[in-house]
Design a protein around this ligand. Structure first.
Ligand code: C2O
Ligand code: CU
Length: 463
């Protein structure tokens, strides 16, 4: 079984670089967001270009950056050979703008467009990505950062948005492996890449000055890889998780886990000496490799700062009323080395062997994939407690759309606000959230091959 401990012990390491493409959504005017096929230099220069699908033909897509309270107003133009949609991961937006093809909107056909328009009430590090045939479309490159700035800029010298991904490339041709529904990926740990990048660049390097404070906005856009990250020559604090500020910055632990879909905001001070390089390290197989290098180019003139003040809180962060909450349960089962004997697929009970033949592997509460009726129906404003039992041999990153939740920890304390919960084999966990955003919201594993082979459900918040 892949427990948290086992996972940390066996995780291994790598690196990349990136340039962020900045663009500002002008208030009151729609800007285009074109999804199209493009050749880009993804692999090292000794390889040719790789055909990707990207927003604006870029990889990652253009950074969307706005002030808290502004509106995102973007017209998606679909110039892909497939229908698509855009989901704004981490934004507590209007349900009609959530971008889930088949649930909140129809997929936008090739050649068609769709206007997205919603206000962002929370500051934070979020991202946007395709939400139709996501296991394929995200793997092909359809994602970008969505950054909402606090009204008071925090006291840092430099900010870097770091979008981490692993690409599964043909080692001869550097083309993206087109087997997006491969059985092994679906039934095991998901589609894992062989080429790890940051902002689409191999060996990303960001020059820094000694003692300066960096804000690093980490986003995991990979289909399945859980990044295990460490710092070297950098010291600091986690100031936000999944876009939501922590009430008290937490010193960076030795290992940080960043599951697919999750974000971490760090404030880190450069403690490496001039001539050295600090690193964000990726740990695999017990050894670290540079994910991002921070060469120290100048001694600078400043002394290290003290403990940072917390980021300003976003609205509606409290989760209350746990005693009288609506309670529900989610049993996750299936996959390789699991104990699922049979489950309901499209209304029919099927043996696991039959499910395998249908290239489906996972069930929530005995049902494979989306159901007619939601996992739960909550009244607007109701508190919901959802127990989640990972009865599988693999970790899963469960993502709730539309609302952030807090984990109900053993003993009853509440964890930080998050939108994606990483759960390991055999774990019994519980989350709680305020059902304060009306609509139909997806709840699925962000290991996208898992979502595609059964791990997807939804819940309803009545208007
Ligand atoms: Cu980041 Cu349902 O998605
Ligand atoms: Cu999963």
């Amino acid at each position: 079984m892949f427990s948290r401990r086992h996972f940390l012990a066996t995780a291994a390491a790598g690196a990349m670089a990136g340039v962020s493409h900045k663009s500002f959504a002008a208030n009151g005017a729609y800007s285009p967001l074109e999804a199209r096929v493009q050749n880009v230099q993804l692999a090292p220069a000794s390889y040719g270009q790789t055909e990707i699908w990207g927003y604006g033909g870029q990889m990652p897509g253009p950074e969307i950056r706005l002030a808290q309270g502004q509106r995102v107003q973007r017209t998606l133009h679909n110039n892909l050979p497939q229908a698509t949609s855009v989901h704004w991961h981490g934004v507590r937006s209007d349900n009609a703008m959530d971008g889930v093809a088949g649930l909140t909107q129809e997929a936008v056909a090739t050649g068609a467009s769709f206007d997205y328009d919603f206000q962002v009430r929370d500051a934070g590090t979020n991202w946007y990505h395709a939400h139709n045939r996501s296991a394929e479309q995200v793997a092909r490159g359809l994602y970008g950062a969505l950054i909402v700035e606090e009204s008071d800029a925090p006291d840092v010298d430099q900010e870097e948005v770091l979008v981490l991904d692993d690409w599964l490339l043909n080692p001869e041709t550097a083309q993206i492996d087109p087997e997006f529904t491969a059985r092994h990926a679906r039934s095991h740990a998901g589609r894992r890449g062989n080429f790890v990048a940051t902002n689409g660049r191999y060996q990303l390097s960001v020059p820094v000055v000694r003692n300066e404070r960096l804000r690093l906005r980490l986003i995991n856009a990979a289909n399945a890889r859980i990044f295990v990250l460490e710092l070297s020559g950098l010291e600091g604090w986690i100031v936000a998780l999944d876009g939501m500020p922590l009430p008290t910055p937490q010193p960076v632990p030795k290992d940080m886990l960043l599951a697919p879909g999750q974000r971490i905001d760090l404030f880190v001070d450069v403690t490496a000496q001039v001539g050295e390089s600090a690193h964000l390290l990726r740990v695999e197989g017990g050894k670290g490799s540079s994910q991002v290098a921070f060469p120290v180019t100048s001694p600078g003139t400043r002394a290290r700062r003290g403990t940072p003040t917390p980021l300003p809180p976003n609205p509606d962060q409290a989760v209350t009323g746990l005693k009288s909450a609506l309670r529900a349960r989610l049993n996750m089962a299936g996959g390789a080395m699991g104990s699922l004997d049979a489950a309901i697929l499209e209304g029919e009970r099927k043996t696991f062997q039959r499910l395998v033949q249908a290239n489906q592997f996972w069930a929530f509460n005995g049902i494979v994939g989306m159901t007619e009726t939601p996992l739960l129906k909550a009244d607007l404003g109701q508190t919901v407690r959802l127990a989640i039992f990972n009865d599988t041999a693999f970790p899963h990153a469960m993502h709730l759309h539309g609302m952030h939740f807090r984990e109900v920890l053993k003993g009853g304390a509440l964890g930080p606000l998050r939108d994606t919960l990483l759960t390991f084999a055999g774990e019994d966990r519980e989350i709680a959230f305020m059902a304060n955003n009306p609509g139909d919201w997806l709840f699925h594993c962000h290991m996208l091959s898992h979502a595609d082979s059964g791990m997807m459900t939804w819940l309803k918040v009545n208007a």
